[in-house]
Write a protein of this length. Sequence first.
Length: 658
Amino acid sequence: MSDDLFAAPPPAPSDYNAASIEVLEGLEPVRRRPGMYIGGTDERALHHLAAEVLDNAMDEAVAGHATRIEVTLGEGNRLTITDNGRGIPVDPHPRFPDKSALEVILSTLHSGGKFSGKAYATSGGLHGVGVSVVNALSSDTVVEVARERQLYRQRFARGITLAPIEHLGGTPNRRGTSVSFVPDTEIFGEMQFKPQRLYRLARSKAYLFAGVEIRWKCASGLIADDTPAEAVFQFPGGLADHLKEQLGGRECATSQFFAGTQDFPDQQGKVEWAVAWPLWSDGSYSWYCNTIPTPDGGTHEQGLRQALVRGFRAFGELVGQKKAKDLTADDVMTGSELMLSVFIREPQFQSQTKDRLTSPEAATLVERAIRDHFDHFLADHVERGKALLGHVIERMDERLRRKAEREVKRKTATSSRKLRLPGKLTDCAADSPEGTELFIVEGDSAGGSAKQARDRKTQAILPIRGKILNVASATSAKILANQEIADLIQALGCGTRKDCVPDNLRYERIVIMTDADVDGAHIATLLMTFFFQEMPELVRRGHLYLAQPPLYRLTVGAKSLYARDDAHRAELERTAFRGKKVEVARFKGLGEMNPMQLRETTMDPKTRGMLRITLPQEYEERAGVKDLVDRLMGTNPAHRFAFIQENAARLEDDAIDA
């Protein structure tokens, strides 16, 4: 090894010294990097603040100290959450005698009563950052505490204590904590709380703990949909009530769904579940830990999967159904409506936003809780058990049949082999290509919405992650090695380039469905480049389409219309609403639309609009298209730069006209 590698470089002037090192104190780290604590500064993060405060109130209820919670959304984007629990302690803190415990909790990271387990056996809060983060990211926070028949109040702004705690006098009929806050526009801009989203949050929490009553109230001027201004939630049946309401009148494989609870006093844990198998459904899953939603599942989900699969296999052996031994978790859970809630001590999550539970003991706890109950559910009523087993075996048979039918041949540089269709593909049920559509969807979140919005008989969904490879500037080896492109080629089943056989295409239409923004347009361009280069005959025959999702939803009273872009929005405001005050909601992506909106605006053939992508028949015009693609998407950036220079003025003129 050469000594030159360790030779000191010549000294250079630098302003990097001890004075460059910042030390952030108090709650300033939260304001500098809010994404570390709440996942970002978008609408989801804004509502995460509401969840943090509501979770604290729910912890009081679960611990047996509160029976009622009030959630009130007022004017000025002010949210107030009140419980009738013990109230945050207000006496001086032993470590900070000049501050009350209330002030320490609100203004100091990693402070709270949930570390030792003495104040709360199970809780959603773990790190002592929740309410202090809310305080740091709010322009005005007011906390009132009623303890021992005395009322106290303290105010904060952007994490800074404005004044010492006030003693407001006696309050003989009140107890508990009230937290009222306004999210800071310096962090969240002009974003407002959505009444419907807060309403659903409050309602879901009431389902998760049968003993609590949650009262919802919203200023009447803020209601823009069918969300009620006032409501009271209390569900004695817990998740079973929730599932019953969600199922509505849908027919299920069995008239009685599988629901129950199991307490583990020795481990200070509890498991509650509700599962149904509707006959026609794409299914939905809801996972919770200590009343916290965990949308990405986790170890408690694994425990449930194991319990259900092993229960079905054991019952199949009992009744002589040999096929049951080949059942998988996907066979059992696909299409099911499933809700699972666990309460455990000191849970571990993947991140501060708690989207996924990682506590290893949760899997064992859930399987132990559910397995015996499920065995009895199947065996105590044999005919019911057989009906349910038959339903999931039909799912398995369908999976195996499709596996056999969908094996396609794809040549690689070294071999020709049969491959299964990509796991992310959600296929349609039709046996022939006529009338079928494959939607190539940007992102897993939008893919989930599209799966629920689709017509299962004719519409298939293939989510792709972000921007795919630019095939115009990539080598053949790099294209073949790219997994997203490999999945797409497999799904289409017709081969590429000289091996492309359009008659083998598995769908009549291929629909590119991306967000209605710049990134979405870029992804759509990359996909069109892929089809132009790798499967031009499909484009020439008119199989390729571009979905037209809206960018805006315009609402006046009960009337809502969708706008594709800014120009369309201006036209609708001018013609359809004629100068009325319009509430404008901008969709940041397809994943922000609920399935009903996505179906209505983008997927339903009766109401959607699509662009067909074609190629000219004449050789000279085709050569011109190829030259344009090579210039804009090829390896030479100078061509793109020249194109931008040539067309920038026209773009500015278009913007002025719009």
